[in-house]
Structures are given as structure tokens and as C-alpha cells.
Design a protein around this ligand. Sequence first.
Ligand SMILES: Cc1cc2nc3c(=O)[nH]c(=O)nc-3n(C[C@H](O)[C@H](O)[C@H](O)COP(=O)(O)OP(=O)(O)OC[C@H]3O[C@@H](n4cnc5c(N)ncnc54)[C@H](O)[C@@H]3O)c2cc1C
Length: 233
Amino acid sequence: MKVELLSYTNNPKEVIYASARQCYSKYSAYKIYTEKEKISSTKLKEFIAHLTKRGHLSPLEHISFTFAVEGISRVCSHQLVRHRIASYSQQSQRYVSMDNFDFIIPPTIAGNKEAKKIFLDTIDYIKSSYKKLKDIMEVSSKIEKEKINQDLRFLLPQAVETKIVITMNVRELMHFFSERLCVRAQWEIRELAKNMLTIVRKILPEVFIFSGPKCKQLNYCPENFSECKLYKA
Ligand SMILES: Cc1cc2nc3c(=O)[nH]c(=O)nc-3n(C[C@H](O)[C@H](O)[C@H](O)COP(=O)(O)OP(=O)(O)OC[C@H]3O[C@@H](n4cnc5c(N)ncnc54)[C@H](O)[C@@H]3O)c2cc1C
């Protein structure tokens, strides 16, 4: 899995500050932002940490992060796109040929010789069926490649590798992390969430220092699963 940051909102701390101060100031956020209401960088960090702890989260929605992700399965991306307060652009299986597609093999299967063989044989079988079907369709029908691809993808396994661009605002990222960093979340989306958190924590530590599985904020496990001992009992 590869998770790379494409971009994020300029001057995130200053934008958060101006947005939050807008609630209490007679001046416009523009004036607060451009004239930077005299505040030291230490005070700015404290202000943002306080805002986050207090749960005054709307100012965080003005900051977005855009990631380029590759090397995840469609199992993972399907869970990801259930998060609706976000934007996605995903590699198409119509416009991009899936001949000899890459795939993700779960560690539990990769670590078991017999299971791995069954998995790899099945992938080979699907690849060869995909190719045979494609050859037949291309010869026997006059429909364009893209239309053939759109039907051939019905054969593809959920293990197929995908590439996706994700944009989430800070508030949604916090929510995403709280759901997907839980040890009960599926391993692949958990790894994705970990990678994303590592990146954003470097840019906005004041906010993302508080991010983690939801038990960290709740101080109990909503899944009633305490063996992981992640939260303080
Ligand atoms: C451990 C785990 C297991 C899961 N198992 C299943 C499963 O078996 N089957 C299944 O279908 N899904 C499952 N899900 C997916 C889950 O139900 C959510 O669809 C997914 O986590 C997206 O989160 P979200 O709804 O908070 O969406 P986000 O888009 O991240 O939304 C953020 C928040 O905005 C608010 N919001 C967004 N849209 C609405 C709306 N339409 N109405 C009201 N409030 C809204 C909610 O407060 C929501 O929490 C699972 C998720 C997890 C973490």
C-alpha cells in the first residue's frame, strides 16, 4: 500500500484560527487572517488544541487533505467510500484494462502455504477466464472495448488492486480515524487509516494528537471488546 499526500489547504492553522475567531469577533475572518490578529505560534497551537478538545469542530472543516492511494484492494476501497463526507476519484475498470490485474493477498492467506496456493490458483483462473472472454467478445461483437471492459469486470475478484484519490476535511478525518483505527476494523482499511494519520499528524499535530480509535475519546469500547486494552479502563 502506498499513501501519498497530494495537497492540503494552505496555512491550515491560520485558517482554523480565523474561522474560529469569526464566531466571536466583530471583524471579518479575512481581516483576522490577513492581519493575523497578533498571536504567537505557541498561542496558535494552544488555541487549536483547545478548540479540538472542546469539540468546537466546524473550523476544522475548512481544512482539507488530498491523498493519492494505491495498492489497496476493492475490499478496502468499498469500505472507504462508505464515508460520505469526502470526495473520491477511483481508477476505472472500464477505461483501464484489467488484463493481468494486480491483486492484494491478505497476510493470513499469504502466511499459509496451502491457502496461498488455492488463492493464487483462483486468481490465475480468473485472469485466464477474463482473457478468454475478452478474446471471444472482441471477435464476436462490434461493441467498443470500453463496453466490453464494463461487463468483463463482473469477473474480477474483490482482491483486485485499485488506485484512488481521497479528499477529506479535518473533521471527517478525525471521524474516519475513530472508526477505522479500531482493532476490530478490517486490517487493510486500518493500515490505510494509520498511514493517513501519520501524514496529517506531521502537519497538524495539535489536532491529530487526539486522533485514534473511538474508545480513546469514549473511554469505553462500544464494541464490547476489551482485550486490546487500548482505552483506559
Ligand atoms: C467496524 C465496522 C463494521 C462495519 N460493518 C458494516 C456492515 O456489516 N455493513 C454495512 O453496511 N456497513 C458496515 N460498516 C459501515 C458503517 O455502517 C458506515 O457506513 C461507515 O463506517 C461510514 O461511516 P459513517 O456513516 O459515519 O459515514 P461518514 O460519511 O464518515 O459520515 C460522518 C458522519 O456524518 C453523519 N452523517 C453522514 N451522512 C448522514 C446521513 N445520511 N444521515 C445522518 N447522519 C449522517 C453521521 O454522524 C456520520 O457518522 C461498518 C463500519 C465499521 C467501522
